[in-house]
Design a protein around this ligand. Structure first.
Ligand code: ATP
Ligand code: MG
Length: 249
């Protein structure tokens, strides 16, 4: 079953085409990576999926729903962790999580329980009663992911969730995401850590200047772009990325 179907997605900002006709499908239960250099259009594409950006042309289907025509139903299926912080400055982080759980009809008592569980799971219990801006940058990122998963969404979309997160917490997050995915959650991840995509994603797409350049499993792309026929090594997908996007180190 297809979880997300993107057909000819185009987005124009004034005279810049941020998306130039993207076609992409993500299957239910996939762990899918979206890679591309700064300004490639990843966040624009993700914002179009979650309803924060209206496409100039094209359509996005979220399971059975058109993301623009049936926006509320479509977006209720998604948990989204944005690249930039979009939280209320005045609420404590426990309140942020409790309210998020409550948006989807969970009773208050249960929402509080869920919030406590998330705080524990993401190592934020001792910060429960502080506002988000008093957390460190990495803690804020973890909070965004906690907020995205608290509603137990069918699709989890993470825009650079591990930027600035320390190595221990990053591995903890990887383990957690693997478990969620094994339990059936479809995950879409953008990251500039190519080794992270190689580690986690079954399939990836590489976009550059608003165009989708390649899609495949890390192994398929490595076999296509790297000379060695040996088993994939750490760093190989980085070589693929540089070739596909025409960049050099
Ligand atoms: N609201 C906006 N108004 C005008 N231009 C925008 C807007 N949002 C994005 N853009 C432009 O669209 C292009 C794609 O930006 P986008 O944020 O999608 O890139 P990205 O792939 O997520 O990059 P990064 O890796 O830096 O997060 C960029 O040139 C950006 O400046
Ligand atoms: Mg971005």
């Amino acid at each position: 079953m297809v979880a997300i179907r993107i057909v000819n997605a185009k987005k124009r900002f004034q005279n810049l085409w941020a998306l130039k006709g993207i076609n992409m499908e993500v299957g239910q239960g996939e762990f899918f990576g979206l890679l591309g250099p700064n300004g490639a259009g990843k966040t624009t594409l993700i914002h179009s999926m979650v309803g924060l950006c209206r496409l100039t042309e094209g359509s996005i289907q979220i399971f059975d729903f058109d993301s623009q025509k049936e926006a509320i139903k479509a977006h209720a299926l998604i948990g989204f962790s944005p690249q930039d912080i979009n939280l209320d400055r005045f609420f404590t982080i426990k309140k942020i999580l409790t309210y998020q759980a409550g948006f989807f009809g969970t009773p208050r008592k249960e929402s509080i329980k869920k919030a406590d569980h998330m705080l524990e799971l993401f190592g934020l219990t001792d910060k429960a009663d502080t506002q988000y801006y008093k957390l460190s940058g990495g803690m804020q990122k973890r909070l965004l992911v906690a907020k995205a998963v608290i509603t137990e969404p069918k699709i989890l979309i993470l825009d650079e969730p591990t930027a600035g997160v320390d190595v221990e917490q990053r591995h903890a997050l990887w383990d957690y995401l693997r478990k969620l995915n094994a339990a059936g959650t479809t995950i879409i991840l953008t990251t500039h850590y190519i080794d992270e995509a190689q580690e986690l994603c079954k399939r990836i797409s590489i976009i550059n200047e608003g165009e989708l350049k390649e899609t495949g499993s890390p192994q398929e792309l490595i076999a296509k772009y790297c000379d060695q026929k040996l088993t994939a090594q750490r760093g190989d997908l980085e070589k693929v990325f540089l070739k596909v996007t025409g960049r050099k180190l």
